[in-house]
Design a binder for this molecule. Structure first.
Ligand SMILES: Cc1cc2nc3c(=O)[nH]c(=O)nc-3n(C[C@H](O)[C@H](O)[C@H](O)COP(=O)(O)OP(=O)(O)OC[C@H]3O[C@@H](n4cnc5c(N)ncnc54)[C@H](O)[C@@H]3O)c2cc1C
Length: 291
């Protein structure tokens, strides 16, 4: 059909390079809609064909199976979904915008509040879905409203009070996030720049950025650090296939170049098993697994 051709739906499209860990097979269907009209058409097409829908942000919290994803993978990367607007002391942005770009925009407009997210390589949509955060703060603390669409094509704007956020999770799982508004504060550029520099420096000291990775594999259990527990199990540097546990930060799994999703999954299981045996603590994955 003509409209389908216009949407440029790709078949068996590679996803590996769309993730930060550089692992994964193909998407049965892949599309980057140009606007809301196209997104709606894709949602209806998938619904009619009973095709599961997956939303890909920057792929920085994902492990995709080497066997790929049997569904429609959508990436909201077009200009329509990555615009940023100033609304007084608030910023409203499309979900596909990278957090780094958002931080740059608020700096340019002398607005403070987003700096703690510096160095997180995700999009706004992924950040909201995961309630991304660090240094004791999370994105939930600055959101004032989120616009979403469900898989029946219904659009609504949810106020902050209508959304429940918890440590690295939200209750928005049945929606596609379209845009969000963040409440920031007026400040001076020098102060914001210093904050960004300090946060990036702190990150460089604590995280391992030498090889491709998907950030922290596990959530921190209450009052514990998952990385510390894994380290105490003497698993730093442990390698399976081409994947290995970071010698610097034990909650990171690094891709030596050609790691397979199976290698990473085996390491994940090993980390879980060893921590359970030694400390009787069940680690819960932070990363999302697509298979
Ligand atoms: C080096 C490194 C450091 C990191 N440091 C941190 C950190 O300090 N703190 C932290 O919290 N995280 C961290 N992360 C993890 C990751 O960057 C964050 O979780 C980020 O918010 C994920 O965003 P994303 O766009 O990459 O989402 P993706 O990985 O693409 O997707 C994650 C989930 O969000 C969903 N999603 C994405 N966009 C949308 C949308 N528009 N609508 C609906 N669902 C959507 C996906 O379907 C998936 O379920 C780090 C990762 C790396 C690689």
């Amino acid at each position: 059909m003509n409209w389908q051709k216009n949407l440029k739906i790709k078949n068996n499209h590679p996803l590996k390079d769309k993730t930060t860990i550089r692992i994964g097979g193909t998407a049965r269907f892949f599309c980057e809609p140009r606007d809301l009209k196209e997104l709606k058409m894709l949602i209806f097409w998938a619904k009619k064909g009973n095709i599961p829908v997956f939303v890909l942000g920057a792929g920085s919290n994902l492990l995709i199976s080497d066997r790929g994803v049997k569904g429609l993978v959508l990436r909201l990367s077009s200009a329509f979904f990555t615009s940023i607007e100033l609304k007084g002391n608030s910023v409203e942005a499309g979900s596909g915008v990278k957090l780094a770009k958002l931080i740059r925009f608020s700096l340019d407009n002398s607005l403070t509040g987003l700096e703690f997210l510096s160095g997180i390589p995700g999009t706004l949509g992924g950040g909201i879905m995961m309630n991304a955060g660090c240094w004791g703060r999370d994105i939930a603390g600055i959101i004032s409203q989120v616009k979403v669409i469900d898989l029946n094509g219904h659009i609504k704007t949810l106020k902050r009070e209508e959304i429940s956020f918890d440590y690295r999770k939200s209750n928005l799982g049945r929606y596609i996030i379209l845009k969000a508004r963040m409440r920031l504060k007026k400040s001076v550029k020098g102060f914001i720049e210093n904050n960004i520099r300090d946060y990036l420096l702190k990150r460089r000291h604590s995280q391992d950025l030498t090889f491709c990775n998907a950030g922290c594999i596990f959530k921190n259990p209450k009052l514990e650090s998952a990385g510390k527990l894994i380290e105490l199990c003497k698993l730093k540097g442990k390698r399976i296939g081409e994947a290995f546990i970071s010698p610097k930060h034990a909650n990171f799994i690094l891709n030596n170049g050609n790691a397979k999703s199976e290698d990473v999954l085996k390491l994940i299981n090993l980390m879980k098993k060893r921590v359970k045996n030694k400390f009787n603590i069940a680690l819960e994955p932070e990363i999302k697994l697509w298979r």
